[in-house]
Design a protein around this ligand. Structure first.
Ligand SMILES: Nc1ncnc2c1ncn2[C@@H]1O[C@H](COP(=O)(O)OP(=O)(O)OP(=O)(O)O)[C@@H](O)[C@H]1O
Ligand SMILES: Cc1ncsc1CCO
Ligand SMILES: [Mg+2]
Length: 281
C-alpha cells in the first residue's frame, strides 16, 4: 500500500498527507482486531479510540486465552501502566504469538521491577515502542534511577530532547521508536520523522498516549512491513483529531469526547490538508 503516488516520489509533506489518509482508510475498510493488554486507567479511552478509528478492540488479559485468541488478532498492544506481576506471563505470551505488536513503556523509570519488565518485553521484538520523552530516555539508558523531577506516567522532558535516545533505542532493539510530545518524533534509528499535529490539552486527559499507542497497533496491522509509516500516520491522525476536537472543547473532559468524535468523522479533505508530517534532517 502506498500514499497514492509513485514509489520514487520524494516523501514530502504532501506525500505523507496522502499516506495518512490511505492508512486511515485501510483501517476503516478492514477493521483490524487489536488485542490490548493495557493498564486499568486506559481501557476505556483506548477501546473507544480504536473503535472511532475503525478498528476492533479486545481488552483480553488472561494467559489462558492467549493461545486461542492472540493468533487470530491483526495486532497486539502491550502497555505496562498498571503492571501487576501476574500480568507479565500474558504479556510475554501475547508478544510471542507471532502477531505484530506495539509496546507502551508507561512510567518505565518508576521502579526496577517495571524497567526490567520493559527491557524483557523489548527483547521480544515489538514493531513499535511509543512513549513520552521521559519514558524513552529512561528505556534507552536502561535505568530506573528517577531524576529529581520524575513525574511517573507524565513526561518531565520535551520530545526533542529524546531524539538521540530514541535513535539509539531503535538501533539496539530493532523497533521503530516513537516519542510523543509537542512534536512527535518517530525513528527507525536512521530516519527521523516529525509530526506536528496535536494540542497541549491532550496531556490533561489521562491515557491519550495509551490510546494513540493502541491506534499505532491498528495502523501497524495494515502495514506490518513498514512500522515507521504506520506509527507516523497514526500519531498524525490522532493529533489532528485532537486539534479539531479542541475547536469545540471547553476543557479536558469535553476534549476527550470531541477528540473521539473528530477521529470518527475525519474525512479525506481534512486529512490531506491538515496533517503535518515532515522528514527531519
Ligand atoms: N505539547 C503538546 N502539544 C501538542 N500535542 C501534544 C503535546 N503533548 C502531547 N501531545 C499529544 O498528546 C498525545 C499523548 O502524548 P503524551 O506525550 O502526553 O503521552 P503520555 O505521556 O504517554 O500519556 P499517557 O501516559 O497519559 O497515556 C500524543 O498524540 C501527543 O502527540
Ligand atoms: C495515570 C496512570 N497511572 C498508571 S497508568 C496511567 C495512565 C496514563 O499512562
Ligand atoms: Mg504514557
Amino acid at each position: 500500500m502506498d500514499g497514492g503516488v509513485g514509489a520514487k516520489e520524494e516523501r514530502d509533506p504532501a506525500w505523507w498527507r496522502r499516506r495518512a489518509w490511505s492508512l486511515l482508510s485501510a483501517v476503516r475498510a478492514r477493521a483490524p482486531l487489536v488485542q490490548c493488554i493495557t493498564n486499568l486507567v486506559s481501557m476505556d479511552i483506548a477501546a473507544n479510540a480504536l473503535l472511532a478509528a475503525g478498528a476492533s478492540p479486545a481488552m483480553l488479559h488472561s494467559l489462558r486465552e492467549v493461545p486461542d485468541f492472540t493468533p487470530r488478532c491483526d495486532a497486539v498492544c502491550i502497555n505496562v501502566g498498571t503492571l501487576f506481576e501476574d500480568w507479565l506471563p500474558s504479556m510475554r505470551a501475547a508478544a510471542s504469538a507471532g502477531r505484530p505488536w506495539v509496546l507502551d513503556p508507561v512510567a518505565a523509570a518508576a521502579s526496577g521491577f517495571r524497567m526490567e519488565a520493559c527491557l524483557d518485553l523489548l527483547g521480544l521484538r515489538p514493531a513499535v515502542v511509543r512513549g513520552n520523552a521521559s519514558e524513552i530516555l529512561a528505556l534507552a539508558a536502561r535505568s530506573a534511577a528517577a531524576s529529581s523531577n520524575f513525574k511517573g506516567a507524565d513526561s518531565s522532558h520535551d520530545s526533542v530532547d529524546a531524539i538521540e535516545a530514541a535513535k539509539a533505542l531503535a538501533l539496539s532493539s530493532g523497533a521503530v521508536v516513537a516519542v510523543s510530545g509537542a512534536v512527535d518524533f518517530i525513528t527507525d534509528g536512521k530516519r527521523v520523522v516529525g509530526v506536528s499535529n496535536g494540542v497541549p490539552m491532550m496531556q490533561k486527559i489521562t491515557a491519550t498516549g495509551c490510546a494513540v499507542t493502541a491506534i499505532i497497533a491498528a495502523f501497524v496491522a495494515m502495514e506490518p512491513s513498514d512500522a515507521l509509516d504506520a506509527a507516523v500516520c497514526a500519531l498524525a491522525i490522532f493529533g489532528l483529531a485532537g486539534e479539531i476536537g479542541m475547536e469545540s472543547a471547553k476543557g479536558p473532559a469535553s476534549l476527550r469526547m470531541h477528540l473521539i468524535d473528530s477521529l470518527y468523522c475525519l474525512d479525506e479533505e481534512t486529512v490531506t490538508s491538515r496533517v503535518k508530517i515532515s522528514l527531519r534532517p
